[in-house]
Design a protein around this ligand. Sequence first.
Ligand SMILES: Cc1cc2nc3c(=O)[nH]c(=O)nc-3n(C[C@H](O)[C@H](O)[C@H](O)COP(=O)(O)OP(=O)(O)OC[C@H]3O[C@@H](n4cnc5c(N)ncnc54)[C@H](O)[C@@H]3O)c2cc1C
Length: 452
Amino acid sequence: MAASVFLAKAGCSVRLYEKNEKLGKKLYITGKGRCNFTNACPEEEFLSHVVTNPRFLYSAFAGFTNHDAIRFFEELGLQTKVERGNRAFPVSDHSSDVIRVLERELRACGVKVSLHTEVRELITEEVGVDVSAAEDIMDEAGIHVSAAEEQFPEKQSKEADDSGKTGKKHRQDTGRRISGVRLADGTEVSADAVIVATGGLSYPSTGSTGDGYRFAEQLAVPVTVCRPSLVPLLTEESYIPQLQGLSLKNVTLTIRYGKKGKKTFQEFGEMLFTHEGISGPLVLSASAVTGASLQEAGRLPAEIDLKPALTEEQLDARILREFEAGRNKALKNVIASLLPAKMRPVIMACAGIAPEKPVHDITKAERQKLIAVIKAFPLTICGQGSYREAVITQGGVSVKAVNPKTMECKTVRGLYFIGEVLDLDAVTGGFNLQIAWSTAHAAAEAIAEAAE
Ligand SMILES: Cc1cc2nc3c(=O)[nH]c(=O)nc-3n(C[C@H](O)[C@H](O)[C@H](O)COP(=O)(O)OP(=O)(O)OC[C@H]3O[C@@H](n4cnc5c(N)ncnc54)[C@H](O)[C@@H]3O)c2cc1C
């Protein structure tokens, strides 16, 4: 939608194909229905929140930053606000307003929108361009660069024989270029440029069914391994289902990897327990950086520090005070002030202490075991949730196959990939939509320039 607006404003004739019955089904559910459409952090900080291939994004982001996105939506008539963590939302808290302003602008710029229309295939053609004529013109004008070579330096230009009086040789610049798309009903539509903005594989009910990866593969454009990301994690321990529904604030989650137990993730924040594992903001962020190691190792040891503000010594002192105050009471009652109710029986079981045991009978070794479990509540991560619950897809069209300035495919001229279909992803907070806006802008600008 954004790419169409940018293109149409630059004077291009644009047709937008959407296989759903309406536009923006995924956008509608973003930010829990509020659409966290970008993150207003300082521009120089933005790329540090991009998990995969941040350097690829450098140029596109510089061309259309997070602050440009806020300005763009404000100019379309959307009132915006910035909340905790620099998350930008519409003032109305309705994602439908983001879709509404985009739809209004699409109409205003004359973009032809075809709903219920699935693109089934991309159509390409071999090109054999005689570039020597163009070079003659450029020679006369004093320009000494072949535009084709500059844009496609990796393409081999074939030299053909020429008996010409000028002594010059005819050169053939060959390759593949896009010529249009084939729709599901068989209709062929010709186009000078095609932008693939089909999204990833997550929440397939919104229309993201990986069609763009298929398009790429059919044209031998490499696609990296895809996996769900920003997704709940599955755990092995039998005590986790007992904690279902419990949410924890101000805890530190650590995930380890490898024989030496190296920390692959450690962050402070909020999380919750589900019937089969853990979820919440902290866990979604963890999933973005642990996906590959989990795939490799099969399982990853993890721990939750339930009292990160206290050192072990401080926690020991606190527990001793509680024990002193309730010396004849059972452990389960004394630790009531320390831990949430659902957590207590699980913690006592992990520490191997009977809940009914009077605190004056608890040994130093038992107390230390209790402290160890509170400071490092053990978990084993054994899998990830599915695409049905993943906020994004990690992996996609390889950035090595795409020009970072223009989003144009290096091997098929006139073909552009933008948004989540690319092997780019970021943590939560509005960064993933900004990837979509920035890459859309880069592609639209390049197409408009080429058209000129
Ligand atoms: C629950 C949830 C919440 C999220 N919240 C946020 C958030 O608050 N902030 C944020 O930054 N990111 C968020 N994201 C991620 C963000 O929504 C995506 O990264 C973003 O929408 C990607 O944009 P896109 O245009 O590349 O793809 P999409 O938004 O997935 O759009 C692709 C469109 O292409 C259409 N399509 C696919 N194949 C075809 C075809 N063959 N022919 C025609 N049409 C086709 C689909 O129907 C779809 O409408 C969230 C994701 C989810 C699932």
